[in-house]
Design a protein around this ligand. Structure first.
Ligand SMILES: NC(=O)c1ccc[n+]([C@@H]2O[C@H](COP(=O)([O-])OP(=O)(O)OC[C@H]3O[C@@H](n4cnc5c(N)ncnc54)[C@H](OP(=O)(O)O)[C@@H]3O)[C@@H](O)[C@H]2O)c1
Length: 201
């Protein structure tokens, strides 16, 4: 029943833009899964509040460039960089995080939003079920690797930095057994059934 109420609430909820007086001048932000959907809208919103530098972390660089062109049109003063990130690859996540440490002088805001929803069961190259890999394990590793650059900036500026992870109410549908003893998806379960587990992050 609560799922039905959640669904109805989603249909009627209207997201509000950030208040006009919020200014992000001088700040640097990363948004993952920024080429479409919630990530794209969040990136566009941040840029429109005077953000100085925005990193669009995307799987496909050409999709990222298209998103960059659209955001730049509305917020030409924001420097926008398109960087490759595939959360189905440990190597890609580590390379991305290293690049953050090496190339960004500061990091103030991180929105970890990249996520997957599929109906069928698929395995990532890491051998984990694809939802569990992308939505949970990949996001968790990236979050740990980005804590230090966020902390460093907070120490330098004396102001708090911020990391937000897009969650899903699908997590409430995960069976308690899977919360207590996660199995990471089984070959017999369709992707739809593993998404709730992957949303527990
Ligand atoms: N929309 C909703 O109603 C809703 C509800 C609850 C939770 N959420 C969560 O909110 C987040 C965004 O949802 P959305 O509706 O905006 O989804 P979306 O439109 O499907 O966008 C998902 C984004 O994640 C990227 N992505 C997928 N797999 C990736 C990977 N392995 N590595 C890096 N990036 C990857 C996609 O890149 P490509 O374009 O290259 O595929 C895309 O940019 C997800 O985490 C989702 O679980 C959404």
């Amino acid at each position: 029943m609560s799922n039905l109420w959640n669904f109805l609430a989603m249909l009627t909820f209207k997201p509000q833009p950030l208040p006009d007086d919020i200014r992000l001048d001088g700040l640097t932000a990363i948004v993952t899964g920024a080429n479409v959907g919630l990530g794209f809208e969040a990136a566009k919103e941040l840029a429109s509040h005077g953000l100085s530098r925005l990193i669009l972390a995307v799987r496909d660089l050409s999709k990222g460039e298209t998103a960059k062109a659209e955001i730049s049109q509305e917020s030409p003063e924001c420097e926008i960089l398109v960087w490759q990130l595939d959360q189905e690859s440990w190597g890609s996540i580590v390379t991305f995080a290293r690049r953050v440490s090496d190339e960004l002088g500061r990091l103030d805001i991180v929105l970890l939003n990249a996520g997957l929803k599929r109906l069928e069961f698929t395995r990532s190259p890491t051998c984990h079920e694809a939802h569990v890999q992308t939505n949970h394990l990949g996001t968790a590793l990236l979050s740990l690797l980005l804590v230090e650059p966020l902390r460093r900036t907070a120490r330098q500026t004396g102001k708090p930095s911020r990391m937000t992870i897009t969650a899903s109410s699908a997590a409430f549908s995960a069976p308690m057994q899977d919360i207590l003893e996660p199995k990471g998806g089984r070959a017999s379960s369709p992707g739809l059934m593993t998404r709730p587990h992957s949303s527990l992050v």
